[in-house]
Design a protein around this ligand. Structure first.
Ligand SMILES: Nc1nc2c(ncn2[C@@H]2O[C@H](COP(=O)(O)OP(=O)(O)OP(=O)(O)O)[C@@H](O)[C@H]2O)c(=O)[nH]1
Length: 274
């Protein structure tokens, strides 16, 4: 199955198969017209944010969560953030979800999840950011999970490091190689614009690349508090677009054998305020 069909299944809880995050785990059943949410305690597997300096292999933390009835009605948009190591993926996701710049970061191992609930037109949705590891050795066992059921992709480069910009082509190829549909929104983010005297990637260069790949370009800084509104715009506009594209109504909730079965209907597109 490609993400073309998967994207019609905007999940209500959890991030996808295998690795689930947030409030629960969604298992896809045999057909595409419904999803089954397990209501019993579920294992939530997360790759923990271990630090590179520990030299340890990626570790997995397992916990159990109950799916609350309120979570059944909260849609989750899975957005992955990818790019070279050290470009600032962790700091960008932290800025959006936590509103600040982290004092200290280490190389991400596996993936970190950060989530923020946002409201559009009276509906609360969860923006779930997958902050992925940039270093090959810390990501290789997780790559399948990054791309599975993804709703949007944010490519990040470091404006002060031309190699991180040149490597974008490889990140795009990896993304395409995992059958992420062209209809999944993608944006390009140049980070660290605060380092004005060290810029190696010009705006025009980046814009040309973004245009060639049908992406919107943002230049910003996770560090500069004055740029936080722009970082909000990056993720909020994606969420808004996803909400408009993927409005689903879940109806006919039936309980059978301890499971909740949800049918879904596509809702008419509404105007997006952004
Ligand atoms: N000056 C400046 N430094 C930044 C900015 N964003 C991140 N940094 C610094 O860049 C370094 C790497 O940031 P991270 O967010 O950990 O990078 P990453 O892309 O998540 O790295 P991996 O987890 O290895 O993939 C850290 O020292 C940050 O403090 C920024 O906007 N401006």
């Amino acid at each position: 199955m490609t993400n073309d069909s998967q994207e019609e299944d905007t999940r209500e809880a959890g991030a996808g198969d295998g690795i689930a995050a947030g409030t629960g785990s969604v298992r896809r059943s045999g057909t595409d017209d419904h999803v089954t949410i397990l209501t019993s305690s579920m294992d939530v597997h997360r790759a923990s944010r271990s630090r590179a300096n520990s030299g340890a292999a990626p570790s997995v933390v397992t916990s159990s969560l109950e799916l609350s009835s309120s979570s059944i009605h909260t849609r989750i948009f899975k957005i992955i953030v990818i790019g070279d190591s050290n470009v600032g993926k962790t700091c960008l996701t932290f800025r959006f979800t936590g509103g600040s710049f982290p004092d200290e970061t280490g190389a991400t191992i596996g993936v970190d999840f950060r989530e923020k609930a946002v409201e559009f037109e009276g509906e609360t949705v969860k923006v779930q950011l997958w902050d992925t590891a940039g270093q090959e050795r810390f990501r290789k066992s997780m790559v399948e999970h990054y791309y599975r059921n993804v709703h949007a992709v944010v490519f990040v480069y470091d404006m002060t490091k031309i190699s991180s910009f040149n490597n974008l082509q490889l990140w795009i190829e990896e993304c395409n190689g995992h059958r992420v549909s062209e209809s999944v929104p993608r944006v390009l983010v140049g980070n660290k614009c605060d380092l004005t005297d060290q810029i190696q990637v010009s705006y025009n260069m980046a814009l040309q690349f973004a245009d060639a790949h049908n992406m919107i370009l943002f230049e910003t800084s996770a560090k500069d508090p004055g740029e936080s509104h722009k970082i909000d715009t990056i993720f909020m506009s994606l969420a808004c677009r996803l909400k408009t594209q993927k409005s689903l109504l879940y109806r006919n909730v039936e309980r059978e054998d301890g499971r909740v079965r949800l049918s879904q209907e596509t809702e008419k597109k509404r105007n997006c305020p952004c």
